[in-house]
Ligand binder design. Structure first.
Ligand code: OAD
Length: 249
């Protein structure tokens, strides 16, 4: 249910949560200028996921897929983390020793790490890594790739080290996210439409904790959350983080 921010802050001040999980989606990077996927202006408005983000699409037209990823890599390279990414990075430091913050992200943009977060579970991989399907090796590639598609020294075509529709999540990462949610006393759900599984199902794993959603729009997660705050990530996340930090003093 939609709730004013002040009720969520009062709840945090009373409960003083210290085992916190933040589940983030494309919306947390929207104010850094990175387009979200769904809705007006979203990436899926002009492209169908199955044309660009499936193993079949890559097999059919690797150049098209790589051009799209190289365009996204360029966009993200020129963007900066925003106040919401930065507040979550600060919170990780504030909770260290007393509790913990686990960041579970569906984003492949790496902006949480650039903001200073370290305990990050990237469910869908990372735009700045490439993988050799033949050798199974993964390599960080931060700079523009030059001629597309990029080729491994073994001669096979490299692919982005991201999870496409129809693929399994990287082994161990989902399990770690599930364990963190089960033992969390607070789950922040920030900027995700809550329609892509398994990430969307994490909320229902909460055992002792409660969820606070931060999203300008209603989502399927809204009714599962104790508080659903309608606002943008940069407006709301810093205030929530400040309240959690206050409880640790
Ligand atoms: P979506 O594009 O589905 O949803 C973004 C959410 O962010 C929406 O609910 C918006 O209302 C919200 N939003 C927009 N601006 C915001 C802001 N300034 N602050 C906070 N929230 C804002 O993105 P995801 O839920 O991340 O997967 O999508 C999940 C997965 O679907 C992605 O990882 C990607 C995509 O297809 C793959 O490519 C496998």
């Amino acid at each position: 249910m939609r709730q004013p921010l002040k009720y969520a802050i009062e709840w945090i001040e009373q409960r003083r949560p210290s085992r916190v999980v933040a589940l983030t989606g494309a919306g947390i990077s929207a104010e850094s200028g990175i387009p979200i996927f769904r809705g007006p202006g979203g990436l899926w408005e002009n492209h169908r996921p199955e044309e660009l983000a499936t193993p079949g699409a890559f097999a059919r037209d690797p150049l098209l897929v790589w051009r799209w990823y190289e365009w996204r890599r360029d966009l993200v390279r020129r963007a900066s983390p925003n106040a919401a990414h930065e507040a979550l990075a600060r919170l990780e430091g504030a909770l260290a020793g007393r509790g913990d913050l686990t960041l579970v992200t569906q984003n492949v943009d790496g902006l949480h790490r650039r903001a200073g977060s370290r305990s990050i579970l990237e469910l869908h991989g990372n735009l700045f890594r490439v993988r050799c399907p033949r050798e199974g090796t993964v390599e960080e590639r931060l700079e523009p790739l030059g001629e597309l598609p990029p080729i491994c020294s073994c001669g096979s075509m490299l692919r982005p080290d991201v999870v496409w529709f129809g693929e399994m999540l990287p082994s161990g990462i989902l399990e770690a996210a599930m364990a963190a949610v089960r033992s969390a006393d607070l789950l922040l759900v920030i900027g995700t439409s809550g329609v892509v599984h398994p990430a969307a199902g994490l909320v229902s794993l909460l055992e002792v904790g409660e969820a606070i959603e931060i999203n300008p729009d209603e989502t399927p997660i809204s009714e599962l959350a104790r508080f659903s705050i309608r606002g943008s990530a940069t407006e709301v996340v810093p205030s929530i983080v400040e309240a959690i930090e206050g409880g640790q003093r």
